[in-house]
Design a protein around this ligand. Sequence first.
Ligand SMILES: [Zn+2]
Ligand SMILES: [Zn+2]
Length: 339
Amino acid sequence: MTHAPHPETWLKPVPGGLYCVPGDFFIDPTRRADRAIITHGHSDHARADNGAVLATAETIAIMRHRLGERAGASHQTLAYGETITIGEVAVRLVPAGHVLGSAQVVLDWKGSRAVVSGDYKRRLDATCAPFEPVPCDVFVTEATFGLPVFRHPPDGEEIDKLLHALRLYPERCVLVGAYSLGKAQRVLSLIRARGHDAPIYLHGAIATMCGLYEQFGQTFGDVRPWQGVAKDAFKGHIILAPPGVTADLWARKLPDPVVAMASGWMRVKQRAKQRSVELPLVISDHADWDELLRTFDDVGAPEIWVTHGAEEALIRQATLTGRRARALRLVGLGEEEET
Ligand SMILES: [Zn+2]
Ligand SMILES: [Zn+2]
């Protein structure tokens, strides 16, 4: 009979993030690390100035685009499903379904397996590879929407609300706040899937990120930069901008915009009000309550570690269903909002 080491003896939450002892590397370090595996390109996971960085080719391209010279001293790409060995630890990346290039990190050491999922969702998203459940001993999860109140509605219904507003107010335009990495591309692809093929105008930060997605084979139909377009030409059209920009000065350059925002947080009416959002769209790139719990079933892990988010209810629920569960309380995650 062999005894595999428990993952808590070799994968540890320390002040700089989640550290793999036998491999001597961090996953999504929150402080500069000599060796880092990065799950995806959002700023709370992909930070500047690490030494050797390992990630999917897409994530490395996103990091180079966002961080330039500071994207890491050296880069190594790993395709989904490929395995490499780092200090006796077998490392494999599998899709997390969150944004382009997002990966779960599968770690195997001496018969013991931990899966670090980064951020993830279970809804199909045409702009990235779908989440792949991997059986494991410990599943490390986020809990951004780890409360029963968070049940995301079908995406298509939310997009229909947007298209309805567009038809209802032909003299206005719809300004949609969406993160420039992931959410904006997903919203575009959902709008196209709903058959709306008119031009859509993009804020610069979103346009350049769409360009990067296009390098990896995505298409978004007729998208145009909003710059230099006459105010009246926006009437009856959709404009996408990062959330911080929507309330800003350039919103005044638009013809009476219906301000929409695409976020899982739009489920909370107070959040929509705070941001003066007239048309809240509950579209999230994170698993909702049901999806979190379904994922625990799918990976069959007897033990759940929660990195960040609304961990209490999730830990209680995991415990009630016969699992061990603990909060890692990793500081610095869950702050990917753009200002
Ligand atoms: Zn993320
Ligand atoms: Zn995150």
